[in-house]
Each structure stands twice: as structure tokens, then as C-alpha cells.
Design a protein around this ligand. Structure first.
Ligand code: ADP
Length: 207
């Protein structure tokens, strides 16, 4: 029987690993990209039910003066605090999941969807996907880039990295791993190569 859904590829990797760069490469090749961070920002728009739920749980300190979400303040509260982080995940992840499933339902079945989700493994969202691409790089490189591009100290970068799944755990979920230790050009070539593999896999699944 023909496959009645678009082919769904999860895209994940550690903080600053190159997910956005990979997503834009796949977009250029014709993927329909769904961005979990964008869904999360939409859900937490000023005066939305979700931002009210967050303020009830974590206090109005997570709101800026114009009523939008102060992401840095919220990150500060949940960072390194397992109970708060679980509470935040329990509020956000079922809603993000419902929204991504609803968007997928609207995509033409002949398309390939790339679901860009930093916490794909942590939130058990791999089950939404037909295949998974993981961006992998050495931790030293990752720290270097976070310090250079994200205005973090090396200590902050390491703390953020250690707060996510380990490299090994993420890589175990991968259908394909794209290495991003090299130049942006090399990375782009790796992404284009994997795109061809995705297309082949999607084709196989449909026939
Ligand atoms: P993510 O979406 O996984 O957080 P990004 O794609 O935004 O990662 O990349 C993080 C930062 O590192 C960006 O500033 C990006 O330009 C930079 N970057 C990504 N890949 C490379 C690379 N191969 N060499 C140098 N800088 C890179």
C-alpha cells in the first residue's frame, strides 16, 4: 500500500551543533521544515493560554514588561533544577507534539518533512519520525563556537552542553550522523549527501 503520510525526518544535535544550518540546506533541497523552537515561541506569545500557565507555575518574573516570555529568566529558573525543568517540559512538550502532528497532517504526502527539534531524543519524539539525522561534533569545537557566536563563557557553554543528552545517547538514535567538526562548506556537503540518502529512503518507503 502506498505511504499516505509525508516522510518525516527528525533533525537534532546539541546546542550550537549546526541544526539551523542543516535545516536551511535541507530547505534549499526542497524539504518542508518544521521548527520546534518556532512552535514553542508561537505557543508562548503574549496573552496566550500557555504563557498564562507558565506564569502561574513559575511566577510573573518570567514575563517582560510588555507581557512576552523572558526566555532567559525562565532558562535561569529551570537550568540545573530537575523538578522545574520537568514541570516546564510537562507544560510545553505535549503541546509542541500536538502542533507538529497537526502541521504534518496538512503537508502533502509526497513531501519530505524535516522536523528540527533540539530535544528530539530527550522528549521521546523519535517515534514521530521515519528517520533521524543527528549533527555531531567534538565538544571542544562546540564550546569554541558557543563562545564565539553565542556570547557564552566556556563554563556556561559546558554547563549547557552537560544539561542535554550526551553525544553518545543522541548518536544512538541516528539513522544518519552528519559531522560538523570541519568548515561550513564541508558541513553543507555532508548535509547535501545525506539529503540524497533521505530522498532514496523516502522513495523506498513509498513504493
Ligand atoms: P544550532 O541550530 O544547532 O544551535 P547553528 O546552525 O545555529 O546551530 O550553528 C551555531 C553557530 O555555529 C552559528 O553561529 C553558525 O554560524 C556556527 N557554525 C555552524 N557550523 C559551523 C562550522 N562548520 N564552522 C564554523 N561555524 C559554524
Amino acid at each position: 500500500m502506498a505511504h499516505q503520510m509525508p516522510f518525516i525526518v527528525g533533525l537534532t544535535g546539541g546546542i550550537g551543533s549546526g541544526k539551523s544550518s542543516a535545516a536551511s540546506c535541507f530547505l534549499q533541497h526542497g524539504a518542508v521544515v518544521i521548527d520546534a523552537d518556532e512552535i514553542s515561541r508561537n505557543l508562548t506569545a503574549p496573552d496566550s493560554p500557555v504563557i498564562r500557565e507558565l506564569a502561574a507555575k513559575f511566577g510573573t518574573g518570567i514575563l517582560t514588561s510588555d507581557g512576552s516570555l523572558d526566555r532567559a529568566a525562565l532558562a535561569e529558573i529551570v537550568f540545573g533544577n530537575t523538578a522545574s525543568l520537568s514541570a516546564l517540559n510537562e507544560i510545553m512538550h505535549p503541546k509542541i507534539r500536538a502542533e507538529v502532528l497537526s502541521r504534518i497532517a496538512d503537508v502533502d504526502p509526497s513531501e519530505i518533512v524535516v522536523y528540527d527539534m533540539p530535544l528530539l531524543v530527550e522528549t521521546n519524539s523519535v517515534d514521530i519520525c521515519d528517520a533521524v539525522v543527528v549533527i555531531d561534533l567534538d565538544v571542544d569545537r562546540q564550546v569554541e563556537r558557543l563562545v564565539a557566536n553565542r556570547d557564552m563563557s566556556a563554563e556556561q557553554a559546558i554547563a549547557r552542553i552537560n544539561n542535554q543528552s550526551s553525544r553518545e545517547e543522541r548518536n544512538l538514535a541516528a539513522t544518519w550522523i552528519i559531522n560538523n567538526n570541519g568548515t561550513p562548506q564541508e558541513f553543507n556537503q555532508g548535509c547535501s549527501f545525506v539529503w540524497e540518502e533521505i530522498v532514496k529512503r523516502a522513495h523506498k518507503m513509498r513504493t
